[in-house]
Each structure stands twice: as C-alpha cells, then as structure tokens.
Design a protein around this ligand. Structure first.
Ligand code: TXA
Ligand code: MG
Length: 319
C-alpha cells in the first residue's frame, strides 16, 4: 500500500467513511483513527498496530454534546469537559449500547476525549461518527509526535497521514474517571494533577498493577525503545559503569557531574517541564537511532508534567 501524506481533511474523511484507518494529528501524539462505531474498521486499528484486543481504545469526539451520544455524562464529567476540552483529558464514563465492545475491550466504560488540534476538530465535525484512535505506533513502542515518526513505522501499512505539524503537548492525554465526587487518575498525561486540583477536583491515583484491565493499558513495559533504557536517580545511575557510547536524557545537567564522553539530551535547560514533555518522545527516538548501546534517563521532578514524563520513562525502562 502507498501511504499518502497531506493536509486534506476531505481526503481523510472520505477514507474514514469507507472504513479505512488514517493517522491524525492531535496536540498530544499522533493517533491511528477509524470509525469507532464500525467493528470492521476498528479491527484494522488492532491489526495495523499489532495491538492486543484486551487494550481498550479512546473515542474522539468533536465536543461535549456528541459525548452524550456515546456515554452517560454525569455532573463532574460535564464540568471537566467544560473546563478542559478541547484538550489532553480523557474521561472514562459508562458507555452506551451503540459503542462496540471491541472498542472498550468488553469494559462497561468508554474513554472519551475532544482533542485540541484544528485539523482533527474539523475532521471530527465533518463526520457523523466518532473516531477510535490509539497512538499511531506499533504496540509497545514510542508514541509518534510528528508525521515523519508515523511514516517511519506505519508507512506502507496505512493509506493516509493527515499532517498537522509537531504535537504541541508531546505526551498522551491524562485519563480520569469521576467516581463519587473524586477523580481516579488512571494515567498521568498532558493535564497535570495540580491543574485538576486547582479547579476543585479531588484526585486519587488508581491502584497500579499489570493485570487489572481497569488500569488502562498500563502495562509495565510500554513506550519502549529497542535499546536498553535505564531509569533512575541521576546520582545512582552516574555511580555505575556503562558500556560506551552512552546517551543521557535529563531535564538539565546543572549540578551533575556527567562524563564528557556521554551524549547529553537536556530537555529544558531552564527546567520547564511542559517544554520537556514536548521533546521527550522525539528524543527517545533519536537515542534509539544513535550508535549508543545504552540510554540513561534521570528522574524528573515528580510534579506537573514531570509525573507523566516519569511514568513514560519508567515503562520504557529495561528493568
Ligand atoms: O493522547 C492520547 O490519549 C492519544 C491520542 C491519539 O488521543 N491516544 C492514546 O491512546 O494514547 P492509546 O490507545 O495509546 O492509550 C489509551 C489508553 C490505553 O492504555 C487504554 O488501556 C486506556 O487508554 N483506555 C481506553 N479506554 C479505557 C477504558 N474504558 N477503561 C480503562 N482504560 C481505558
Ligand atoms: Mg499508546
């Protein structure tokens, strides 16, 4: 199959209406989209990504009004939508019959999100169905934040990549479920806990674990480069000997005594965690492509988007 790349919303819409899969830009990462209401189309997402069917998909909608067609929207959810949509927040809600079980892997809830990207919002508004879309990478690998990343891995396997530049946020959406007046956090992401709390929501972290499907695709190994990546405190990792050449991913190198032979990727010299999140996945790909045999990733501050960055690095790590 030849993969066409371009900015045509019309072309993307036509293919999606025919039951095809199309890569779409979002503010978090690129998604691999298909008609969420048509099982045959959704199956193509799973086969293209080599994704196991026990991992449910997020359903993308053009706005809160359409969300009500696919799920029961309670008061807290409505407030979240009003405040944070369009944006990197996925809300888990009781699904309506019309959403195929294949999309939710048989779970009674569906994850809904209104992405903040003008092209994809235009696309969603032009369709009379919502889009199921996981990140547009082979299962378990690093998520794509540019059309080039998508093409590197899915080129030849999908008919179209809707090009919308580099993803602004750079890490996936935050996933929450409103339950009894609090928010259960299932995956840290582009909206920080602090931002949710600042709007008066009480946030609790979901009990983690690999087996419970309730913990979203939160498989321990995920977002992983092909090379071994070691994640931990800078001092601990720097106290060990590593096989050269070595690549380092860190927020900044200030106060750190890093051997001159290491290649250092500072994600933000000024310590800006949002900027750092935006560069994370592209940097991981760069390290993976390099000649180095080892990637070291130093823990980020566990605050703001630092939580999502640490979560992705932990899952990407070798051990
Ligand atoms: O930012 C994002 O969320 C991106 C863009 C494309 O929107 N999408 C994304 O999709 O990251 P994906 O499939 O790579 O990750 C979605 C996660 C999965 O780990 C899945 O298990 C979880 O969301 N999920 C989806 N529906 C769920 C549900 N009903 N219950 C629990 N977890 C769910
Ligand atoms: Mg993913």
């Amino acid at each position: 199959m030849i993969t066409v790349r371009g900015e045509s919303v019309t072309m993307a819409a036509e293919l999606l209406r025919k039951g095809e899969v199309v890569a779409i830009p979002t503010e978090t990462v690129y998604g691999l989209a298909a008609n969420a209401l048509e099982e045959k189309a959704v199956l193509k997402i799973f086969s293209t990504k080599n994704r196991p069917a026990f991992d449910p998909l997020i359903v993308h909608v053009p706005g809160p009004e359409q969300a009500r067609l696919y799920a029961d929207v309670n008061e807290d959810a409505a407030r979240l939508m009003q405040i944070f949509w369009p944006g990197p927040l996925t809300i888990l809600l009781p699904k309506k019959e019309i959403v195929p079980d294949l999309v939710t892997s048989g779970l009674p809830t569906v994850g809904l999100r209104m992405p903040a990207h003008p092209l994809t919002l235009e696309l969603l508004a032009s369709l009379d169905f919502p889009l199921a879309a996981p990140s547009a990478n082979p299962f378990g690998y690093i998520s794509p934040t540019t059309p080039g990343h998508v093409n590197d891995q899915l080129g030849g396997k999908i008919p179209y990549i809707l090009e919308g530049g580099q993803s602004r946020v750079g890490v996936e959406s935050t996933i929450v479920s409103p339950e009894n007046g609090r928010l259960i956090l299932h995956r840290p992401g582009g909206i920080s806990m602090e931002e949710l709390e600042a709007k008066g929501f009480r946030v609790e972290t979901a009990a983690s674990g690999n087996k419970a499907p309730q913990a979203p695709g939160n498989l321990d190994s995920h977002y992983a480069p092909a090379k071994p990546l070691f994640f931990g405190k800078a001092e601990t990792l720097l106290s060990r000997e590593w096989a050269a050449p070595v690549e380092v991913i860190c927020l900044h190198r200030k106060d750190l005594d890093i051997p001159g032979s290491y290649t250092v990727h500072e994600l933000s010299a000024s310590g800006d965690l949002e900027l750092a999140a935006g560069k994370l996945f592209a940097t991981m790909r760069e390290c993976d492509r390099s000649a180095s045999s080892t990637i070291l990733a130093f823990e980020f501050p566990e605050e703001g988007l630092g939580r999502a960055i640490n979560d992705r690095l932990r899952r990407a790590s070798f051990v």
